[in-house]
Design a protein around this ligand. Structure first.
Ligand code: ZN
Ligand code: ZN
Length: 197
Protein backbone atom coordinates (compact mmCIF):
# COMPACT_ATOMS: atom_id res chain seq x y z
CA UNK A 1 0.00 0.00 0.00
CA UNK A 2 2.63 2.48 1.13
CA UNK A 3 5.01 1.37 -1.59
CA UNK A 4 2.38 1.79 -4.30
CA UNK A 5 1.38 5.12 -2.95
CA UNK A 6 4.96 6.35 -2.71
CA UNK A 7 5.61 5.45 -6.34
CA UNK A 8 2.32 7.07 -7.30
CA UNK A 9 2.84 10.29 -5.38
CA UNK A 10 6.48 10.85 -6.13
CA UNK A 11 7.18 9.69 -9.65
CA UNK A 12 10.72 9.29 -10.83
CA UNK A 13 13.81 8.92 -8.73
CA UNK A 14 12.96 11.32 -5.95
CA UNK A 15 11.30 9.08 -3.37
CA UNK A 16 13.33 6.05 -4.27
CA UNK A 17 16.44 8.15 -3.65
CA UNK A 18 15.05 9.25 -0.31
CA UNK A 19 14.28 5.67 0.52
CA UNK A 20 17.75 4.52 -0.41
CA UNK A 21 19.83 7.29 1.08
CA UNK A 22 17.91 8.17 4.22
CA UNK A 23 19.50 7.26 7.52
CA UNK A 24 17.13 5.63 10.06
CA UNK A 25 16.28 8.95 11.75
CA UNK A 26 15.66 10.69 8.42
CA UNK A 27 13.76 7.76 6.97
CA UNK A 28 10.82 8.43 9.29
CA UNK A 29 10.65 11.89 7.72
CA UNK A 30 11.08 10.74 4.18
CA UNK A 31 8.21 8.27 4.30
CA UNK A 32 5.82 9.66 6.84
CA UNK A 33 2.83 7.59 5.75
CA UNK A 34 0.12 9.64 7.40
CA UNK A 35 1.48 12.79 5.83
CA UNK A 36 1.70 11.24 2.40
CA UNK A 37 -1.77 9.74 2.64
CA UNK A 38 -3.19 13.11 3.53
CA UNK A 39 -1.44 14.51 0.50
CA UNK A 40 -2.97 11.76 -1.58
CA UNK A 41 -6.49 12.44 -0.35
CA UNK A 42 -6.13 16.13 -1.04
CA UNK A 43 -4.71 15.36 -4.42
CA UNK A 44 -7.87 13.56 -5.45
CA UNK A 45 -10.05 16.62 -5.01
CA UNK A 46 -7.87 19.73 -5.07
CA UNK A 47 -5.96 21.63 -7.69
CA UNK A 48 -2.21 21.96 -7.38
CA UNK A 49 -2.60 25.62 -6.57
CA UNK A 50 -4.61 24.91 -3.43
CA UNK A 51 -3.23 24.76 0.08
CA UNK A 52 -0.78 22.16 1.23
CA UNK A 53 -2.00 19.79 3.96
CA UNK A 54 -2.34 21.21 7.46
CA UNK A 55 -0.51 18.31 9.05
CA UNK A 56 3.24 18.65 8.59
CA UNK A 57 5.97 16.26 9.58
CA UNK A 58 8.52 17.34 12.11
CA UNK A 59 12.27 16.97 11.97
CA UNK A 60 13.21 14.15 14.32
CA UNK A 61 16.40 15.98 15.35
CA UNK A 62 15.06 19.50 15.98
CA UNK A 63 11.34 18.75 16.41
CA UNK A 64 10.57 21.63 14.02
CA UNK A 65 8.23 21.46 11.02
CA UNK A 66 9.98 20.35 7.86
CA UNK A 67 9.60 23.08 5.28
CA UNK A 68 12.46 22.48 2.87
CA UNK A 69 13.73 19.77 0.62
CA UNK A 70 17.52 19.37 0.62
CA UNK A 71 18.23 18.74 -3.08
CA UNK A 72 21.78 17.63 -2.26
CA UNK A 73 20.65 14.86 0.10
CA UNK A 74 17.06 14.47 -1.24
CA UNK A 75 15.53 14.54 2.24
CA UNK A 76 12.98 16.81 3.92
CA UNK A 77 14.58 19.17 6.44
CA UNK A 78 13.64 21.90 8.93
CA UNK A 79 14.97 25.47 9.14
CA UNK A 80 17.54 24.43 11.78
CA UNK A 81 18.82 21.63 9.50
CA UNK A 82 19.40 24.21 6.76
CA UNK A 83 21.95 26.03 8.90
CA UNK A 84 23.08 22.84 10.67
CA UNK A 85 23.99 19.49 9.12
CA UNK A 86 22.91 20.58 5.63
CA UNK A 87 24.75 23.91 5.65
CA UNK A 88 25.86 24.87 2.15
CA UNK A 89 23.51 22.37 0.43
CA UNK A 90 20.91 23.28 -2.18
CA UNK A 91 17.27 23.56 -1.02
CA UNK A 92 13.76 23.85 -2.44
CA UNK A 93 10.71 25.07 -0.53
CA UNK A 94 8.53 22.12 0.47
CA UNK A 95 5.40 23.89 -0.84
CA UNK A 96 7.07 24.24 -4.26
CA UNK A 97 8.15 20.60 -4.27
CA UNK A 98 4.62 19.48 -3.36
CA UNK A 99 3.03 21.77 -5.94
CA UNK A 100 5.41 20.46 -8.62
CA UNK A 101 4.67 16.85 -7.66
CA UNK A 102 0.94 17.57 -7.78
CA UNK A 103 1.22 19.02 -11.25
CA UNK A 104 3.25 15.99 -12.35
CA UNK A 105 0.65 13.67 -10.83
CA UNK A 106 -2.20 15.51 -12.47
CA UNK A 107 -0.41 15.31 -15.81
CA UNK A 108 0.16 11.60 -15.33
CA UNK A 109 -3.47 11.04 -14.31
CA UNK A 110 -4.58 12.99 -17.36
CA UNK A 111 -2.35 10.89 -19.62
CA UNK A 112 -3.54 7.65 -18.02
CA UNK A 113 -7.18 8.74 -18.30
CA UNK A 114 -6.71 9.53 -21.98
CA UNK A 115 -5.01 6.17 -22.52
CA UNK A 116 -7.85 4.38 -20.71
CA UNK A 117 -10.44 6.23 -22.82
CA UNK A 118 -8.60 5.35 -26.01
CA UNK A 119 -8.34 1.71 -24.94
CA UNK A 120 -12.05 1.61 -24.18
CA UNK A 121 -12.87 3.14 -27.56
CA UNK A 122 -10.62 0.59 -29.26
CA UNK A 123 -12.32 -2.26 -27.41
CA UNK A 124 -15.76 -0.89 -28.37
CA UNK A 125 -14.69 -0.63 -32.02
CA UNK A 126 -13.35 -4.18 -31.93
CA UNK A 127 -16.59 -5.38 -30.38
CA UNK A 128 -18.61 -3.65 -33.11
CA UNK A 129 -16.57 -5.15 -35.93
CA UNK A 130 -16.72 -8.54 -34.20
CA UNK A 131 -20.53 -8.30 -34.01
CA UNK A 132 -20.63 -7.21 -37.64
CA UNK A 133 -18.47 -10.22 -38.53
CA UNK A 134 -20.79 -12.58 -36.67
CA UNK A 135 -23.83 -11.08 -38.48
CA UNK A 136 -22.14 -11.54 -41.86
CA UNK A 137 -21.38 -15.20 -41.12
CA UNK A 138 -24.98 -15.81 -39.97
CA UNK A 139 -26.34 -14.14 -43.14
CA UNK A 140 -24.05 -16.27 -45.31
CA UNK A 141 -25.27 -19.43 -43.52
CA UNK A 142 -28.93 -18.43 -44.06
CA UNK A 143 -28.32 -17.71 -47.76
CA UNK A 144 -26.62 -21.08 -48.17
CA UNK A 145 -29.53 -22.81 -46.38
CA UNK A 146 -32.03 -21.11 -48.74
CA UNK A 147 -30.02 -22.18 -51.79
CA UNK A 148 -29.76 -25.79 -50.58
CA UNK A 149 -33.49 -25.81 -49.76
CA UNK A 150 -34.36 -24.59 -53.30
CA UNK A 151 -32.15 -27.32 -54.79
CA UNK A 152 -33.80 -30.03 -52.64
CA UNK A 153 -37.33 -28.78 -53.49
CA UNK A 154 -36.51 -28.84 -57.22
CA UNK A 155 -34.98 -32.31 -56.99
CA UNK A 156 -37.97 -33.71 -55.06
CA UNK A 157 -40.40 -32.20 -57.59
CA UNK A 158 -38.44 -33.80 -60.46
CA UNK A 159 -38.44 -37.19 -58.71
CA UNK A 160 -42.20 -37.02 -58.13
CA UNK A 161 -42.82 -36.16 -61.80
CA UNK A 162 -40.57 -39.00 -62.90
CA UNK A 163 -42.36 -41.55 -60.68
CA UNK A 164 -45.77 -40.32 -61.88
CA UNK A 165 -44.75 -40.61 -65.54
CA UNK A 166 -43.22 -44.05 -65.10
CA UNK A 167 -46.23 -45.40 -63.18
CA UNK A 168 -48.58 -44.02 -65.86
CA UNK A 169 -46.63 -45.79 -68.61
CA UNK A 170 -46.49 -49.00 -66.56
CA UNK A 171 -50.26 -48.82 -65.99
CA UNK A 172 -50.93 -48.30 -69.69
CA UNK A 173 -48.73 -51.31 -70.47
CA UNK A 174 -50.60 -53.50 -67.95
CA UNK A 175 -53.98 -52.33 -69.30
CA UNK A 176 -52.85 -53.25 -72.77
CA UNK A 177 -51.76 -56.71 -71.60
CA UNK A 178 -55.11 -57.21 -69.86
CA UNK A 179 -56.95 -56.16 -72.95
CA UNK A 180 -54.87 -58.59 -75.07
CA UNK A 181 -55.58 -61.41 -72.63
CA UNK A 182 -59.33 -60.71 -72.78
CA UNK A 183 -59.22 -60.74 -76.58
CA UNK A 184 -57.36 -64.06 -76.52
CA UNK A 185 -59.88 -65.51 -74.09
CA UNK A 186 -62.80 -64.43 -76.25
CA UNK A 187 -61.12 -65.86 -79.35
CA UNK A 188 -60.43 -69.15 -77.53
CA UNK A 189 -64.02 -69.42 -76.35
CA UNK A 190 -65.30 -68.80 -79.89
CA UNK A 191 -63.09 -71.59 -81.30
CA UNK A 192 -64.20 -73.96 -78.52
CA UNK A 193 -67.90 -73.27 -79.24
CA UNK A 194 -67.44 -73.84 -82.99
CA UNK A 195 -65.60 -77.12 -82.40
CA UNK A 196 -68.36 -78.39 -80.14
CA UNK A 197 -71.03 -77.71 -82.76
ZN1 ZN B 1 16.00 19.70 11.60
ZN1 ZN C 1 21.66 18.08 2.66
Amino acid sequence: MTETFVTYLLPGLLLRKIHKQAKPAEKSLAIDTAFLQKLSRNHQFQKASENIPETKSRCSEHKEEVSFMCSTCTVLVCASCVTGNHNGHTFSKLVDVIAKLRVENETQIHVKTNEANQNMKQIEDNLKSFEYGVDSVINAIIKRKDKIKRMIDKSVAEMITLVKNQSKKQKEKLMLMLSDSKSLLVAGQTIEKRDRN
